[in-house]
Design a protein around this ligand. Structure first.
Ligand SMILES: C[S@@+](CC[C@H](N)C(=O)[O-])C[C@H]1O[C@@H](n2cnc3c(N)ncnc32)[C@H](O)[C@@H]1O
Length: 291
């Protein structure tokens, strides 16, 4: 277990983190609408303190900072040094937002300090999600709230379903991953998410679908937008990992097939693709409830 955590941390500090930094603007454009929906669900008020888990390059931490104002505080925590470095570089100089490199599942966090535990796609990577949420719950005030957005299953997310379908028969098939293996789709099963949060000691759990069409590729022309979408698919996320060790001829055939799949998506100077998420909210029991 510890080795798995270490492997994943190494990934986010190595190729994954660096590629994420390279594509940060595009990834932020894709995630923005979902993050905004999670922020509305969190309903941060002026003066509140927020812990942003797996904050990446910090876009959601800065949006939360705008909501809580100068009297509040946002701490963005991420296991990836390159992403935290990018978050610090992108934050306006006078932003009060704090960023810290740490594994949120085990880091020492101030006890009972935060009003809100928030995340935009940053909580699906824990080896022991129930243990991680129980640990992070200790950083919440009694009665404090949780709000996060996570992907539903891969089959419901066209940004994954389309390219993965396109490379079938070109790239040798591998066994489908266990849906509970840490990764972008590991919170796809709503019942599992509810079990994790209940097991971690939360109550008032609500899990609602939120879907949106997002610009997966953009460019000066439609062709450039499709190239942009293909490039990102080959460099970030599960498909990039499926292709990483493939010879050039297979990669070229896969690229043509993915390109054809994206060409069917709507958009003028973009490739618009459907994303399917859960917006999850929960509450840390108030002192009296937990006694
Ligand atoms: C899909 S990215 C989302 C990043 C960011 N929230 C966004 O929306 O752009 C997942 C993030 O979770 C971080 N992460 C993964 N495991 C973590 C852990 N155990 N503790 C803290 N951050 C973690 C990764 O480094 C990565 O930045």
């Amino acid at each position: 277990m510890a080795q798995h955590n270490a492997d994943r941390a190494a990934g986010w500090n190595d190729q994954s983190g660096e590629r994420w930094v390279a594509h940060q603007a595009r990834l932020d454009a894709i995630a923005a609408v979902f993050g905004q929906a999670a922020i509305e669900a969190a309903a941060p008020a002026t003066g509140e303190r927020v812990l942003d888990v797996g904050c990446g390059a910090g876009a959601s931490s800065l949006a939360l900072t705008d909501r809580v104002g100068a009297g509040g505080q946002v701490l963005g925590v991420d296991i990836s040094e390159p992403l935290i470095a990018r978050a610090r570089a992108l934050a306006p100089q006078d932003a009060p937002t704090l960023f810290r490199v740490a594994d949120a599942s085990s880091a020492e966090l101030p006890e009972g300090a935060f009003d809100i535990l928030f995340s935009r796609f940053g909580v699906m990577f824990f080896d022991d999600p129930t243990g991680a949420f129980a640990h992070m719950r200790c950083a919440l005030k009694p009665g404090g709230r949780v709000a996060f957005v996570c992907w539903r299953g891969a089959a419901e997310n066209d940004w994954m379903r389309l390219p993965m379908g396109a490379i079938k028969g070109i790239v040798p098939a591998t066994a489908p991953p266990d849906p509970e293996t840490p990764g972008p789709f590991s919170f796809g099963d709503r019942g599992r998410v509810a079990r994790i949060l209940t097991g971690a000691g939360f109550n008032d759990i609500a899990i609602a679908p939120f879907d949106a069409s997002v610009p997966f590729g953009e460019g000066a022309t439609r062709d450039a937008a499709i190239d942009d979408a293909v490039k990102m698919t080959f460099e970030v996320g599960p498909l990039s990992r499926a292709l990483v060790d493939q010879p050039d001829d297979i990669r070229a055939r896969a690229s043509a097939a993915v390109r054809a799949a994206f060409a069917d998506c709507p958009g003028e100077r973009s490739v618009m693709i459907d994303g399917a998420t859960w917006i999850v909210t929960a509450r840390n029991p108030a002192q009296a409830d937990s006694d």
